[in-house]
Design a protein around this ligand. Structure first.
Ligand SMILES: C[S@@+](CC[C@H](N)C(=O)[O-])C[C@H]1O[C@@H](n2cnc3c(N)ncnc32)[C@H](O)[C@@H]1O
Ligand code: SF4
Length: 458
């Protein structure tokens, strides 16, 4: 597959990324602790039965100036301990309402930097999870780590705790770019670290890159891609940096440096897609690539890919997501719930004996159908309208009314051979998967085109 720049130029429109449907911008404060408790109880009767857990550790040893995540500079041991105790209390509060026959198939740790705190805290929380929930034999336990603080001894500890998958935030291999974004270089050689993890039995090893950072050039980014191909991780993510200093104050500091132009960013993205595709990586979806023998690529080939706030997943390990910690988003069958973002306020709420819900969203039956439709397109690029109608016990015309799909909405995509549409079956071509959110938006009746509300692809 060879991608051209003109594809992105034509379809570079501000549409949602559909990490969730409805997007997080629709969450509201009418959804409170009371609704969350009801949702936890009723989630026992929903499909899927599997449990997926997300743990948020907001702390970082150093704040990277480009960062868009919910983070806080590491504080005193007392404050970290208070936070860990709150997470443990929240786990126990939720677990008492969960049907013990349901199995945990996935635990994801994100942040912030979970490996910036003493790994004894990680073990402590994992022990509580094992005591409170039943785990499936094949459970995937994953952590997002900063390589700046990770050494071989830490990998040994994570392995002993039961971790099976690790993602490393590389962002860029060049010292000048790392300095401009206020980030330390990896503590150990990344290639040796990946080999070591593989020998230990870790799977689905991922490296993150970001394009559009200060001082990056098309040439330097090409070097990043070549270097990452040499390293042969199982998975690669290439995220587009969005400069929004009015929202993320810390990004303003980088304005003293030269940023790549939009055309240069486009060059970086197109180069990444074409080079990675030519070197044994499958395009999984927006920003994500996996080696052909990786579980994600296999799930994609079998139309079994899933996606949630933690990224792409294989269906067998994905269930309903219960999130713990500040800013964590739980994704149950009928709702989304987001916790208080500020970690001290989150701990305070939990210490008072209640949940720490800040906002959320209750989905209507129609929205559940639309969510599933958009998910099928975003993950697998396939949609059989009749099968979808049957799944939700409605007629084809009702399905079309619910999604407000009309073939005129995708006419340009058909003409550009980005999708094939025949007999109420839609197939997204490999090129079309690169702008898949432009396809999904045709099934989103709530979408109103508003400049600046959503990021563009590049
Ligand atoms: C929680 S961090 C990963 C773990 C660890 N904190 C680290 O930085 O290595 C999640 C990832 O989000 C991506 N990210 C963070 N801020 C971003 C931004 N403003 N634009 C694009 N990607 C971003 C980075 O690739 C980063 O690796
Ligand atoms: S990129 Fe990672 S290490 Fe840097 S501030 Fe964000 S979460 Fe922390």
């Amino acid at each position: 597959m060879k991608i051209s720049s003109s594809l992105f130029q034509k379809y570079n429109l501000p549409v949602p990324r559909y990490t969730s449907y409805p997007p997080a911008t629709a969450f509201n404060t009418a959804f409170t602790n009371v609704e969350y408790l009801e949702q936890i109880k009723s989630s026992n009767n929903s499909v899927s039965q599997n449990i997926s857990i997300y743990i948020h550790i907001p702390f970082c040893t150093q704040r990277c100036h480009f960062c868009g995540c919910n983070t806080a500079l590491s504080q005193s041991e007392d404050r970290i301990e208070r936070y860990i105790n709150a997470v443990i209390a929240e786990i126990k509060m939720v677990a008492q309402h969960i049907d013990k026959k349901r199995l945990v198939t996935q635990v994801s740790w994100g942040g912030g930097t979970p490996n910036s705190i003493d790994l004894a805290y990680i073990r402590q929380i994992m022990d509580v999870l094992h005591a409170e929930f039943a785990f499936a034999d094949f459970a995937e336990i994953a952590m997002e780590c900063s390589p700046a603080y990770l050494d071989f001894a830490d990998v040994d500890v994570l392995h002993k705790i039961g971790f099976t998958r690790i993602s490393l935030g590389i962002q860029d291999f060049h010292a000048d770019v790392l300095e401009a974004i206020n980030r330390k270089a990896p503590k150990c050689d990344v290639g040796e670290m990946l080999l070591y993890m593989k020998e230990k039995g870790f799977r689905g090893l991922n490296l993150d890159l970001v394009y559009g950072l200060p001082l990056q050039t098309p040439e330097s980014f090409r070097e990043n891609i070549q270097q990452i191909i040499q390293l042969q991780p199982d998975r690669i993510a290439t995220f587009s940096y969005a400069h929004i200093p009015w929202f993320n104050e810390n990004q303003r500091i980088m304005e003293q440096y030269r940023f790549p132009t939009p055309d240069e960013k486009l060059d970086m993205l197109v180069y990444a897609i074409n080079e990675l595709s030519a070197n044994g990586y499958e395009v999984i979806g927006m920003d994500h690539f996996a080696r052909k023998d990786d579980d994600l690529a296999i799930a994609k080939q079998n139309n079994m890919l899933q996606r949630n706030f933690q990224g792409y997943n294989t269906r067998k390990t994905t269930g309903q997501v219960y999130a713990f910690g500040a800013s964590g988003i739980s994704q149950l069958n009928g709702s989304y719930t987001q916790n208080i973002k500020q970690y001290d306020k989150y701990a305070e709420a939990i210490e008072s004996g209640s949940f720490a819900v800040e906002r959320g969203y209750m989905l209507s039956n129609h929205e559940i159908i639309i969510r599933d439709t958009i998910n099928e397109i975003m993950c697998n690029g396939e949609l059989d309208f009749a099968a979808m109608a049957e799944k939700y016990h409605c007629s084809l015309s009702e399905f079309l009314e619910i999604t407000q799909f009309n073939v005129s909405k995708v006419r340009t995509l058909i003409d550009d051979k980005l999708i094939e549409f025949d007999d109420n079956k839609l197939h997204v071509t490999p090129q079309g998967m690169m702008i898949v959110r432009n396809v999904a938006v045709a099934f989103d009746p709530a979408f109103k085109f508003k400049e600046d509300q959503y990021s563009t692809t590049i």
